[in-house]
Design a protein around this ligand. Sequence first.
Ligand code: BGC
Length: 791
Amino acid sequence: MGSSFEERKDNKNDFEDYFQIDEWRIVEKGFSPDKNRFAESVMSLGNGHMGIRGNFEEHYSGDSLQGTYIAGVYYPDKTVVGWWKIGYPEYYAKVPNAADFIGIDVEIGGERLDLAQWHLEDFKRILNMQKGVLRREFTAASPEKDNRIEVSVERFLSLARREVAAISYSITPLEKPVDISFSPHIDGNIRNEDANYDEIFWEEVDRGVHSGGGQLTLRTKKSEFNVATAMRSELSGLQVEEGTGIEREPIERKKFIAENIQVSAERGQEINLTKYIGVTTDRDYKKERTAARAEDRVREAASCGYDGLLDEHVGEWQEIWRDNDIKIEGDKKAQQGIRFNIFHLNQTYTGHDPRLNIGPKGFTGERYGGATYWDTEAYCLPFYLNSKDDEIARNLLLYRYHHLDKARENADKLGLDGALYPMVTMNGEECHNEWEITFEEIHRNAAIVYAIYNYIRHTGDRQYLADYGFEVIAAVARFWSDRAHYNPRRDKYMIIGVTGPNEYENNVHNNWYTNRMAVWCLNYAFDVKNYLEKEHPERSEKLLSRLELTEEELERWRDITEKMYLPRWQEREIFEQQDGYRDKKLDKVSDLDAEDLPLNQNWSWDKILRSPYVKQADVLQGLYFLSDQYDRETKKKNFDFYEPRTVHESSLSPCIHAVIAAEIGYPHKAYELYLRTARLDLENVNRDTEDGLHITSMAGTWMAVVEGFAGKKAEGGELSISPMLPESWDSYQFHLNFQNSLLQVSISESGIDVELIGGDPLTLTIYEDQHRITRDSPAEVPLSGGEKRNG
Ligand code: BGC
């Protein structure tokens, strides 16, 4: 009975060493078809505008999840329910698997190259995170073994030209001269594996193909997004001029265009095909111009050439790494883990378009439909706030501001005042498909307001409150006021019938986190109102009259903040997760057998709901958000009680626990949880990486390092750090963007070194002491305890 996460992991995980440890690359050496979906997720590429899984270019008859996703394009897939109830969302928005544009069919001497059939030697799939390039190399012999070729393929989705992708595909015959046929194509005959009714989401609008390339335009049914994909292919490595000795034949059929290119190659002669791709949508252009724009993109790309495009793209990555890298010395596994997380965050969201957001799986799979969850505000925002220009975080806030009317409609549909932001959304409308669970997770509303608070204290951009923030804050406060009810028997306000962040409890009463955050939102609404009245009196007057905020309503808000019921377990001196939690059989995770875990794959839902097990930070999520309002002892007592009962079956869980563990002096625990989040996908810890990567929890990995090990806080708008050095690390270094100052923080056994590398001088608290940091005076402070902590 009972085993720690580390032991369990050691027992079962045959994914742990699948990829080689390398600081900048993810290297798959040798091909394992049974792990292909897992590797495809890990090897995904994205550039904010689009993304593709690590699928093969050539035909592959083995198991694979083909995936191409275009940002902001969704399909409203009709909800599946047994018994329809009022309030169910009509549809679950899904990012549709879009036209496959990487495809290049290859025939060697008339035999079709298929990695499921051919004999492979020296197979390598390498994701170069420094350059944002995916490469494959292998030698393949045809089933009869009379053709042997060497293949190397490289591709990237340009960060410099977001609508452009490029592939360089090279073949060298090893045994004898052969005829090679390439068929670069765009294939719109694709489907989503998770389609609720097996529907095809796309219809064709237009297609055209000619010698040299072509375009295919598809439209999503119902939501009517047009997506045009254009291609252009060039051959090189020939002994003759292109155009002589080569046959090119355009091919087209419904939702499919290709060009068949035949060429003869000598033994040892490398033939290269470069495929340029352009992908445009009518989110950016008029419908009738979308296809022409995609063709423009490939024409421009071809005239720049593969190497030119690659240089531009690598240049963009260089800038990203200069600003966003976390360097860890002495622990290559940890280094690879954190870079993998930072890499994928940057591939998923670039922050230039406030209509876009961050899906829990980014562009790496179908799960969670590419929709926006509270994950963005609660977990992702700190990464973007501290590592990017303020505009990026601001765009994440504006995304919600633009959805305010829909959030009002959403509250109204449930018969409530104010605004209720959706748990799952593409366009502001609620579209969750796990209705029974997520419908009652009204706590997400608090995260939207908390994000505004977090943004203001990091950027100092208080103007945002006057321009946009207060409208959102007031609408959410109004919702809480209506959703809470007064209970005269206890003389308390209560919020009943909710699901807290811990989704392994549904329809509970008085979830401490939800009630606590509701009070916090109401108090913050007063703070902001007071600030506006003082600093922006005219705007404030206009806003208050537009929002029709009466004294009576404000009085109720005040009353709620004073009389909200917040369940406590007095004898244990902890907050009680919800009414009645203490009456459960309070077993710990260590009481479980290894085979029980993960519970969500082994236990009935009924058994899970009855159990005391916590899926993810719940009370602790509140102590994390409102960290400055609780002392260390309170955090420790709650951690000691809840963490041993937490199964961390949401990828969002370990990071919050790691941050608190570091703060309360549990360095071993903090490190164990850090590793669990940093290498979650590289080692397939939750056994679901094949569905896609856990993108939103990747920002949590960043939190575990910067807010956990380095103890960074921004309480009251003042920056402080309180670093420790994990035992297995020699040093670590990162940048912090805070209120117009850019700092470089380096932590090693010899001390903490903070330099101002951009922007204005600032006052930083290190441990207990304040330091004024200017260009000429960095801070140099010994590491507390003088030695490494943890294990
Ligand atoms: C978690 C939620 C989260 C969602 C998307 C669920 O497993 O419990 O908190 O919002 O995944 O990441």
